[in-house]
Design a protein around this ligand. Sequence first.
Ligand SMILES: *[C@@H]1O[C@H](CO)[C@@H](O)[C@H](O)[C@H]1NC(C)=O
Ligand SMILES: *[C@@H]1O[C@H](CO)[C@@H](O)[C@H](O)[C@H]1NC(C)=O
Length: 401
Amino acid sequence: MRGKIKMQNYFRICVMLLLCLVPNILGKAVLVPGKTDSGDVEKKQINAQSHILQNQNLNDVEENDMNQGNANKKNSDTLRVEPMQVEEPLKKLDKEDLNPPDHLDAVRMEQDGHLNKDWRKEVFLGEHEDFDQSTREEQDQKLKMVFYRVDTDKDAHISYTEMETWIQSKVKEHFDEAAEENNRIFKALDTNKDGFVSWTEYCIQFLVAHGYDQKTSEKYMEDYEIIEVNDEVRDHMVKNKFRWSEADEDPMDNQLNLSEFKAYRHPEQSFRMLDNMVRDILESLDANHDSILTEQEFIALPPGEVESEWRESDKLWQDERRKEFQNTIDIDKNGKVTKDELKQYVDPLNINHSKTEAKNLVDIADTDHDEKLSIDEVMENRDIFLGSKMMDTGKSFHDEF
Ligand SMILES: *[C@@H]1O[C@H](CO)[C@@H](O)[C@H](O)[C@H]1NC(C)=O
Ligand SMILES: *[C@@H]1O[C@H](CO)[C@@H](O)[C@H](O)[C@H]1NC(C)=O
């Protein structure tokens, strides 16, 4: 059963327990290993149903994120103009600010093991929400603008290289945006402005963002008996604590500076944390614990019967994952995915992604086979570039033969 705590997790728990010897560092949840059940916390089973529900939630979240994003931008703008407002930034942090995000822009997989459905849009359009919410005419207008920006040598065509450079610049844009948001959150958390956020400081704000009042939250961090926090909050704190410790570089002082905090929230931007993230994804999918993912493991649905209305979506979900496994993740096509292959897949800076994706995007719309795209070719295939139509890359190469 998944409840079994595996060696690595066990080791991590031991480390956690050691940290607990320093008082006030860790929630009592971790002090009670029976209750920790890191299996449940860490291993979110992939479930096609929850996946769909999640997608709906994700849309909600994305909307929020967007609003939040806009609000954030406004905030940081105001902050820059009127430093007086830095005095009281704490109230502006909400749950989303405090929990490390599950979805990472420009990363091909969510941290819970789901495929990132928006990856293509993220690396070609960048801020694709702008497009999603526009009218058809506005979308066409914006797409044309993108075309002329990608065409850096102004020969009225997009070449493979131009497309590749463009995709890399979009990935960088996502990174910069994440860093900016990270700065904002860090600043708000670092109340005494010493350049560090301690685990205690962080947890107090975490609890406040979850509706506990400041005093109670402070007391809780001194004495975990004082209140019962709800299970969800506690589970998050346990999970976050693992990650916090992993982001905490030498000297491991249980406080994070700005770059450690970025590694905490954005593992894709830290080589070390990316490695941990890949380890966690692998563990959560690797049913027989042999550190290798087979196609079966990768497309496995959780055990148990589902209502008939879900069967079709389960099947689609599995088909999509199978295709991704065969075409992209399993690089050497031997039916097995190693941690290294998974890492190459997940790493947003892997230049193979921009290369392959540039070639895919150009080839799929290159009607006259001149290995570059004209504005007409792009506009005729607008749905592919806007991500509103699935692109069957496997098919695109064979269609014409
Ligand atoms: C944060 O701490 C790490 C490890 O001590 C160090 O390498 C890094 O330069 C520090 N970053 C900042 C922004 O101080
Ligand atoms: C890119 O792909 C090539 C060929 O498959 C491979 O040898 C190389 O290691 C890959 N590079 C990265 C950074 O994954």
